[in-house]
Each structure stands twice: as structure tokens, then as C-alpha cells.
Design a protein around this ligand. Structure first.
Ligand code: PMP
Length: 291
């Protein structure tokens, strides 16, 4: 469990890690965040996560008051302070304390905090036997409103989709975009397999550019599978041979049912299992040392 949290340049005890009620992160969800894993004493894909955090901040015109190197050093510092070897790291940057209006320019200093804790995975059963999903009515954010490439503190859209999934008796939802193509899940990217080709929706389908997504695409290519980004319809999901999700917390999770339709033969498929194995080998051998 986390004992210390990084708050605005200092390590503070968990109980002292507090944000003001006037922080626009709290009042308006005005801010950005990341979710990063540590495996075997190394932070996985730290540069990629920091780049995505700074990109998210750039889009919403939020100046992060640390350089990328300082941010990375702060992440390593909080991991060390908590004795993290395997865990989950949550950096958050909010617009900071301001007045009660929307205007971000009333906020003088962005708030920066970093939590390093143990990881919450899906139940083991899903990794072994596959997970059921449903498609939901709630659409992924329209790109012309809040671009899904921004990992912002506004996750209500995805939370509504997750509630719909829960109401349908499953843990995760597949969200379509406003043009009815498959986008992604509420906190994970989605892949389907046909033959030896691994497909995933392109970023312009309205998905977060997942770092696990990019890693799995690279591992699939190394495994001599064909990898293609293309628009996918809901009906195509039902007819795929295999399906899986990717995300920093979830890693790679096989999917065996969508809207009551059995995917493939109803068990995690051979290519999915191969990619899961390749992923585990890869994560334990790569990353920025915490020591
Ligand atoms: N999509 C969404 C909406 C997410 O929140 C996440 C988790 N950050 C992902 C996909 C997976 O991205 P990553 O592999 O970088 O964790």
C-alpha cells in the first residue's frame, strides 16, 4: 500500500495528500492523468507515458510546471519511497486552485501529484477463461468535442458506459463512436483476430493511443502476425476468431463473449495466448530501473 504521495514537489504522508475544494480538477475535471505499471523494479514505458501526459496537457493548454526529466525523476522518487517493485503509478496534473468560474486563467499553479500503489487487476478467471463484454448505448467522446487522445480527468462518459456494462451483468463495455464503428472499452483498447491478422481500430476511430496497444502491435509483428488498423463494425466483432483487450492495468485480457455471441470457440484463442506470453516476457525485461 502507498505510504507517501508526491504532492507539488514534496513527498507527504498518504493522509496529508489533499487537494483543495477550489482546485479546478475537482470542480470541473480540468486536468490530465496517466496510469503506469512497474514490473520487477522497473517502470514500464516511462518515456511513452510522460510523452502522452505532456501531449494531453498541451491539447488542453495546461503548462506542466516540471520538465519531462523532472517528472520522470519524481515518479522514480515516489516508487522508491514506497518500496514499489510491482505496482501501479498514477500521475495527475490539474489546472490548480482558482475561483468558482470555469476560466482556467484564474488558476495560478497547476497541482501535481503522483500516487504509487499496488495494482488492481481483473479477476484471474478472465485471464484464464476469457471475459464477456457488451456493447453499450453511450458513445465514445466525439473527437470534435473532447478528443479521446487526451487522457483528461473527464471520464464521466466512460464511467456511464461502465455502469451500462455492469447493469448488463458484465465488467467492461465496448464503446462505439458516433459513426457506429467500434472505438474501445472504457479503460482499455480492443483487438480482434481473423486468421493470422490482428486488427484494432485506428486512432481516428476515437481511441486513446494506448501504450499497451502499441506494445502488443509491435510484439504481434515480431511474432509474424499481420497487424492492421482499420474501422471495425459491431457485427464484425461477433464474427471474429479471437478478441482481446489491452491496457496498463489490465495488460492483455482474452474476450470470449460479446452481446451474448460466443467469440471463436468460446475459449481464449491461440494467438491471444501467444501474445499474452510474449507480453509477460517483454514487460519483465524492459523499463526504467527504480533503484
Ligand atoms: N483506452 C482508455 C479510454 C484508457 O483509459 C486506457 C487506460 N489508460 C486505455 C485505452 C489503455 O491505454 P494504456 O495501454 O496506455 O494503458
Amino acid at each position: 500500500m502507498a505510504k507517501y504521495v508526491y504532492m507539488d514537489g514534496k513527498l507527504v504522508e498518504k493522509d496529508q495528500a489533499k487537494v483543495s475544494v477550489f482546485d479546478h480538477g475537482v470542480l470541473y475535471g480540468d486536468g490530465v492523468f496517466e496510469g503506469i505499471r512497474a514490473y520487477s523494479g522497473r517502470v514500464f514505458k516511462l518515456d511513452e507515458h510522460i510523452d502522452r501526459l505532456f501531449n494531453s496537457a498541451k491539447v488542453i493548454m495546461l503548462d506542466i510546471p516540471l520538465s519531462k526529466d523532472e517528472f520522470k525523476a519524481a515518479i522514480i522518487q515516489v516508487c522508491k519511497a514506497n518500496g514499489i517493485r510491482d505496482g501501479y503509478i498514477r500521475p495527475v496534473v490539474t489546472r490548480g486552485v482558482g475561483n468558482l468560474g470555469l476560466a482556467p486563467w484564474t488558476c495560478s499553479n497547476p497541482t501535481v501529484f503522483i500516487i504509487a500503489d499496488s495494482v488492481q487487476l481483473y479477476p484471474k478467471e478472465y485471464y484464464e477463461n476469457g471475459m464477456p463484454l457488451v456493447t453499450v448505448a453511450t458513445r465514445r467522446n466525439n473527437q470534435e468535442a473532447l478528443s479521446p487522445i487526451v487522457k483528461s480527468l473527464n471520464y464521466l462518459n466512460n464511467i456511464m458506459a461502465k455502469i451500462e456494462a455492469r447493469n448488463a451483468g458484465v465488467e467492461e463495455a465496448i464503446m462505439l463512436n458516433t459513426e457506429n464503428y467500434v472505438a474501445e472499452c472504457t479503460g482499455d483498447n480492443l483487438f480482434v483476430i481473423q486468421g493470422r491478422t490482428v486488427y484494432t481500430p485506428p486512432i481516428i476511430a476515437g481511441v486513446l493511443p494506448g501504450i499497451t496497444r502499441a506494445t502488443v502491435m509491435e510484439l504481434a509483428r515480431l511474432g509474424e502476425y499481420t497487424v492492421k488498423e482499420r474501422m471495425i463494425t459491431r457485427a464484425e466483432l461477433f464474427l471474429s476468431d479471437e478478441m482481446f483487450l489491452t491496457g496498463s492495468a489490465a495488460e492483455v485480457v482474452p474476450v470470449v463473449k460479446v452481446d451474448g455471441r460466443i467469440i471463436g470457440d468460446g475459449k481464449p484463442g491461440p494467438i491471444t495466448r501467444d501474445l499474452i506470453e510474449r507480453f509477460h516476457t517483454y514487460v519483465n525485461a524492459h523499463g526504467t530501473p527504480i533503484a
